[in-house]
Design a binder for this molecule. Structure first.
Ligand code: ADP
Ligand code: MG
Length: 253
């Protein structure tokens, strides 16, 4: 049986009169990649930020690794890794210095070059964050979530705006992180990404969870209703062409 590491019950978030999250409940299992899928404005970031202790909830209960959010938010902070927005990085420092700074803040002793190697940025150790390409920036921000050796990391739309090569590179990084035992919660509105990466997904729409299952089960359930896709006449799509012509290797160096 899978062990629950995050439990969210009847979570509600009101912004004034507007209810952005309408009493949702779900569990995330230890060691899985869990996807929160939904269109813009569905309430994904709000939900994530509440669990991350960065935003106040209106009501409901959140338990992370046995820790109640209402009682011990600081204990939750210690075991999670959160992607910071780029504006949070000191502009004058290079990647190596930034990681050393984070290590100091978290009082951790990770080897900065090993971390940069893991996210394929060893060559950029002496570059500043602003000099990186979009994909490199995202990989660096994922690296910073790992500095406190968290049990769970939260990634909010990490591949939005990336080219196909950079997207695939980030997917492999996420799989790699999970293979080391870290639980990953990721939001996305790319269904191919969710299908490739996620063990289970919750589809959230206008503040409600409308489905929660493995991608395969969701597809099987839809097919069981008699749904059939218009027959695919082509055995490849334009993205296949693009990747075939331009290769899988990253183009940002
Ligand atoms: P998602 O991440 O799925 O795109 P969000 O959680 O960011 O959705 O937002 C959900 C809804 O709440 C949206 O309608 C958004 O406009 C609204 N919202 C988000 N943050 C605030 C805020 N600070 N004040 C008022 N409304 C907000
Ligand atoms: Mg969002």
């Amino acid at each position: 049986m899978s062990k629950t590491i995050i439990s969210v019950s009847n979570l509600v978030k009101n912004y004034g009169q507007f209810q952005a999250v309408k009493g949702i409940s779900f569990e995330v299992y230890e060691g899985e990649i869990f996807g929160l899928l939904g269109p813009n404005g569905a309430g994904k970031s709000t939900t994530l930020e509440i669990i991350e202790t960065l935003r106040e909830k209106t009501s409901g209960e959140v338990i992370v690794d046995g820790i109640n959010l209402d009682k011990n938010p600081n204990e939750i902070k210690k075991i999670i890794g959160v992607q910071l927005q780029s504006s949070g990085y000191y502009p004058g420092l290079n990647l190596l210095q930034l990681i050393q700074l984070f290590c100091g803040l978290y009082n951790r002793d990770v080897a900065p070059m090993e971390l940069l190697e893991m996210v394929n940025l060893k060559d950029k150790a002496k570059s500043q964050f602003k000099q990186l390409s979009g994909g490199q920036k995202q990989r660096f921000s994922v690296a910073t979530t790992l500095i406190n050796e968290p049990r769970i990391i939260f990634l909010d739309e990490p591949t939005t705006g990336l080219d196909p090569q950079a997207r695939r590179s980030l997917w492999e990084l996420v799989k790699n992180i999970r293979s080391r035992g870290t639980t990953v919660i990721i939001t996305t509105h790319y269904m191919d990404e969710a299908e490739y990466l996620c063990d289970r997904v919750a589809i959230i729409d206008s503040g409600n969870i409308v489905a929660l299952d493995t991608p395969d089960q969701m597809i099987d359930k839809l097919v069981a209703t008699g749904f059939e896709r218009p027959k695919e006449v082509k055995k490849a799509n334009l993205e296949d062409v693009f990747i075939k012509l331009t290769g899988h290797s990253l183009r940002e160096e």
